[in-house]
Design a protein around this ligand. Structure first.
Ligand code: CTP
Ligand code: MG
Length: 260
């Protein structure tokens, strides 16, 4: 699992400050139950079990007292020698929440993994692949999986075309070159800091277009590497995703199933 190279001192920022609109539970997504426990607990346990972080920063929705209490209870569970657990409030956008996490990092941290709480079932192997890549010299590395669907570009139709269908196909992307990108995404600390500093002045439209951290690094012209992710790292976004995640935990395959 470990490539034998010395690993950087690493922190994991778990961003959990979203509202979970698309899941539609009327509560922050991190608090939504999965297999009888809040989604955040699965994410936290997974990160700690991987053992890759000297510090784990959990970024919560401001005022989410229940989630804060949950983290405090989890702190008690942590064995001596486990990671330092830091709990803080996030911001209006995911990038704001990541920046809040960066600001709370301890001295001595050399690399950072940014992980979505919503990818609560990400297997340990993925964390190790990302950290191994950082140890081998990557400034930025993301877990990615091949795309199964054919992906096409479309444009909205107008005039006569609009009476036929709302969109017209303008091209087909080469599927072999496409990847679905996941978290944890790993970065040398200075690379992540530079990327987020550059993005802090974005206007609302630019900020809305930021869907992961790696794209900010790409904008700096820094090379982003990709390691194999896992279908088990699905981002719980819609009710269907929650059903799938429940199935992974409790279905016939159960938690024995790890698509590493
Ligand atoms: N996130 C965050 N701070 C925000 C927005 C999102 O920390 N202001 C986190 C979410 O908690 C989640 C991850 O970023 O773990 C990915 O975001 P997403 O899946 O979009 O979650 P939500 O924003 O909560 O969901 P929705 O967009 O449906 O409201
Ligand atoms: Mg969101």
């Amino acid at each position: 699992m470990n490539n034998g190279l010395p690993r950087p001192v690493t922190a994991v920022i778990i961003v959990a400050a979203g509202s979970g609109e698309r899941l539609g539970y009327g509560m922050p997504k991190a608090a939504v139950p999965l297999g009888g426990e809040p989604i955040l607990m699965h994410a936290l346990r997974g990160v700690v079990a991987s053992g890759v972080g000297s510090q784990v920063c959990v970024v919560l929705p401001p005022g989410a007292d229940g989630l804060r209490d949950l983290c405090e209870d989890f702190r008690e569970e942590l064995a001596d020698g486990g990671p330092v657990l830091t709990v803080l409030d996030g911001g209006a956008t995911r990038a704001d929440s990541v920046r809040a996490g960066i600001a709370a990092l301890m001295d001595g941290i050399e690399a950072v993994l940014v992980h979505d709480a919503a990818r609560a079932l990400a297997p340990e192997n993925v964390f190790h692949r990302v950290v191994d890549s950082l140890a081998a010299g990557a400034l930025a590395v993301i877990p990615a999986i091949p795309v199964v669907d054919t992906v096409k570009m479309v444009a909205r139709t107008s005039g006569d075309d609009a009476a036929i269908a709302p969109e017209l196909v303008t091209g087909t992307a080469p599927r072999e070159e496409l990847r679905s990108v996941q978290t944890p995404q790993g970065f040398r600390l200075s690379t992540l800091q530079d990327a987020h500093a550059a993005a802090s002045g974005f206007d609302e439209q630019q900020a809305a277009a930021v869907t992961d951290d790696a794209m900010l690094v790409e904008m700096l012209g820094v090379r982003v590497h990709a390691v194999h992710g896992s279908t088990q790292s699905l981002k719980i976004t819609t009710p269907l995703d929650l059903i799938i995640a429940e199935g992974l935990l409790e279905g016939p395959l159960g938690i024995r199933w790890v698509e590493g």
